[in-house]
Design a protein around this ligand. Sequence first.
Ligand SMILES: [Zn+2]
Ligand SMILES: [Zn+2]
Length: 384
Amino acid sequence: MSESEILDCGVSDHSGELLGESMRAMVLETTPGRLRLKRLETPRPAAGQLLLRVSACGVCRTDLHIVDGELSVPKLPLVPGHEIVGRVVAVGEGAGDADEAGLEEGPEAFRVGDRVGVPWLGYTDGSCRYCRSGRENLCDNARFTGYTLDGGYAEYVNADRRYCFKIPERYGDVEAAPFLCAGLIGYRCYRMAKDECREEESAGAIGGSGRERDRYLGIERLGLYGFGGAAHILAQLAVADGVSVYAFTRPSDSSGQAFARKLGAVWAGSSEELPPDTLDAAIVFAPRGDLVVRALEAVDRGGRVICGGIHMSDIPSFPYRSLWHERELRSVANLTRADGIRFMEAIDRTPVETTVHEYALENANEALDALREGRFDGAAVLVP
Ligand SMILES: [Zn+2]
Ligand SMILES: [Zn+2]
């Protein structure tokens, strides 16, 4: 675009940055489909929103499910991406402060220049029975970043300030991107495995002391099925809590198993095998229903199996004895603000290394292909 087309957008941008009228974005127009590089109008923040200049956006398996047409209702055309790290360049009316906005509780106030992260859950109505009972992750009218709202495969994105989280300063933008979904969802799975979420649901609150609630609640042996973006972050937090981590990968994936051991797993092996010890809980991150049955066989009496994916192949039938003795099976959907706040506290206390592979924004299709084919350990991150 020519110099003359660059205009100040006129909103309360105190950074002095001139916002162009258009931006580069990777756009999905049909499913299943490939993304196309397009110029879109640069968004302007509505009341309660922050406009962010994207500095990094992680590529999540859910993005693959969206472009492959496995999730049924994306907005189209769509800018995918829900692991966004960006800096506030403009503040919509009332979005700088919770009181001004007349919004409910949010994590904190935001200013131009702040670095924030934006997760999958991008909007809730705050009024349905789920929101009113501390289960906003199940909101009747929830909207999702990079699925029913435009996301971060772009130079700029609008975000609801209530679902923006400040990221601990020790992390760089690219290394922090996988925290926003892989990290958060993994952490909610972990809290679910420890049965912490129920306590919170009954309290119906987002507050509380992270340190108190994050105490290790009796899981000694935790299995992680699928050792990718989510597991490699969670393994480090669990190991720091004194939990023994058992990592399950594809049978031939010796590099994935070595990666898991390097991050502190006491055992790493094939998902076709039973581990050497019975587990207290297992989290299934791989999108394979047969692993749910494997995980139920691997957990001890009273053990929990948590399914962390948004999409999975069918779960084969299994004998009732695999569930007997009060074993539990649950899925984890989305996240709450409480998860976000507690997760950021946890990674501030415990330094976590993310293994990232950087791709230019316009190479998003290549990053998605590499993820689909399992060509790397860790996570892919787009940089506009
Ligand atoms: Zn709601
Ligand atoms: Zn995700």
